[in-house]
Write a protein that binds this ligand. Structure first.
Ligand SMILES: *Cc1c(COP(=O)(O)O)cnc(C)c1O
Length: 466
């Protein structure tokens, strides 16, 4: 057996074997527990204390995938995965990822790999049409899209642009700036604001459906202005992480306009649903948004990482992030005719992420993606209706997308016990959560291989354990 790491004949053979291995893994998931039983340190205890001094055969590495890696996993692609939000993958995405690794290009400038840049701009322009967001967000318009590693990066980027815009307008210091979001907003807003140096983050209380309370938002802004602070950034969540609550986009946009704030929309999870026109009313009013993020890596069949970030106007983004050392000066850039994505996010180097998105769009077609989203939503709404019809349960939030949030009517202890019992059964994994100080159970439907009969089995288990 060869041990030359650059032997392409071996690569062909090993590569085929790895694809077989992945297919076997995915096919066999259902016979495994959704999370392997692992204690801290179990995985490291199986690894040698030093890196190998000499080349090792690929077959040994493959054997260790089975013996060390797989028994140390939570199986996110398991059909019984109902925890957090889905982290979908698909055969096309896996192959697109492999093709991208195979090409191994860096697309930080248009000229460092023109296809990487133009494919990304083009596929994100396609998605403007497919999800019905404003046409001006296309790279052929004033705005444009870029793929980031995560929604947290997208939101952080938006916070930095907002800070620079507010600085130019008012010469305020970041310490005097305020970022607003609801108390149900994702933690990435608070983290991004901290990293960007904001002095203040206001997490505004929510209404009975867990959407931001507009009256409280308005008065917080007024109070902050009266106190000499500068409102700089406001975030609307379309689909909060807790319960998929939807903030009123149009109203928040009006408040943002009135006070010259940057208006960012975080649709990290629910943005994928917008490929179906019937969900778009949830984000009515997007014309006033300055930036928007959604993760193809949650609910659009594309494995992590693949977060879409759109801006309505690309100039403030580029002004904020463009830095030009001599070694990055470039003839194509100087003509102004090309996009250099290094100026659209924090990192310089960037991989060819658009390739897997392109593979996915071609493999499913818009129709296939719409079917997939609609199936998840139907499954979720059926489960929610069943729970609502059983006096043992209370559905605590609307189910606009694929997340069902419920509790046991016997109270907090019964809810916590039920969550624990579901998870210790081993076939399913749900997330125990908490809102307003009381526990509830999140069932997130839409994992890669989840079908109706898996949801039925979960429903029967809930009924048995309650
Ligand atoms: C998942 C999620 C995020 C964070 O996404 P990452 O890509 O992991 O950073 C942000 N906002 C919302 C609403 C989310 O659901």
């Amino acid at each position: 057996m060869t041990t030359d790491p650059f032997d392409l004949d071996a690569f062909r053979r090993d590569g085929h074997q790895l694809i077989e291995w992945i297919a076997d893994y995915l096919e066999g998931l259902e016979s495994r527990p959704v999370r392997e039983p692992v204690e801290p340190g179990d995985v490291r205890a199986k690894l040698p204390s030093a890196a190998p001094e000499h080349p090792e055969p690929f077959a040994d590495t493959m054997a260790d995938l089975d013996e060390i890696v797989v028994p140390g996993l939570a199986h996110w692609q398991h059909p019984g995965w109902f925890a957090y939000f889905p982290a979908m993958s698909s055969p096309a995405a896996i192959l697109g990822e492999l093709a991208s690794a195979g090409l191994g290009v860096q697309g930080m400038l248009w000229s460092t790999s023109p296809a990487a840049t133009e494919m990304e701009s083009h596929v994100l322009d396609w998605l403007v049409d497919l999800t019905g967001v404003p046409q001006s967000w296309k790279t052929t318009g004033e705005g444009g899209g870029v793929l980031q590693m995560s929604a947290s990066d997208s939101t952080h980027t938006a916070l930095v642009i907002a800070r620079e815009q507010a600085r130019q307008r008012s010469s305020a210091s970041a310490e005097n700036m305020v970022a607003y979001a609801s108390s149900q907003a994702h933690s990435s807003v608070e983290k991004g604001a901290r990293v960007a140096g904001y002095g203040h983050v206001r997490l505004i209380p929510v209404d009975s459906e867990f959407a931001i309370d507009l009256g409280q938002l308005r008065s917080a802004v007024t109070d902050d202005i009266a106190a000499g602070l500068t409102p700089a950034f406001v975030c609307a969540a379309v689909g909060t992480t807790g319960t998929t609550a939807v903030d009123p986009v149009r109203d928040i946009g009006e408040i943002a306009d009135r006070h010259d704030m940057w208006f960012h929309v975080d649709a990290a999870y629910a943005g994928a649903a917008m490929i179906c026109p019937e969900f778009r009313h949830h984000q009515d009013g997007l014309e006033s948004a300055d930036s928007y993020t959604f993760n193809a890596h949650k609910w659009m069949a594309t494995n992590f990482d693949c977060s879409i970030f759109w801006v309505a106007d690309r100039r403030p983004l580029i002004e904020t992030l463009s830095i030009l050392p001599p070694y990055l000066r470039d003839a194509a850039t100087e003509t102004g005719a090309v996009i250099d994505y290094r100026d659209w996010h924090v990192p310089l180097g960037r991989r060819f992420r658009a390739l897997k998105l392109w593979f996915v769009l071609r493999s499913f077609g818009a129709e296939g993606l719409r079917d997939m989203i609609r199936n998840s939503v139907d499954q979720a709404q059926n489960l929610a209706a069943w729970l609502a019809g059983d006096p043992r349960f209370e559905v605590i939030a609307p189910t606009p997308f694929g997340l069902v949030s419920f509790r046991h009517t016997d109270g907090d202890t019964a809810t916590t016990n039920l969550a624990e019992a579901i998870n210790s059964d081993g076939s399913f994994y749900i997330t125990p959560s908490e809102i307003d100080g009381s526990p509830f159970i999140r069932v997130s439907i839409g994992s890669t291989w989840t079908r109706q009969h898996h949801v039925d089995q979960l429903r029967d288990l809930i009924s048995r354990l309650a």
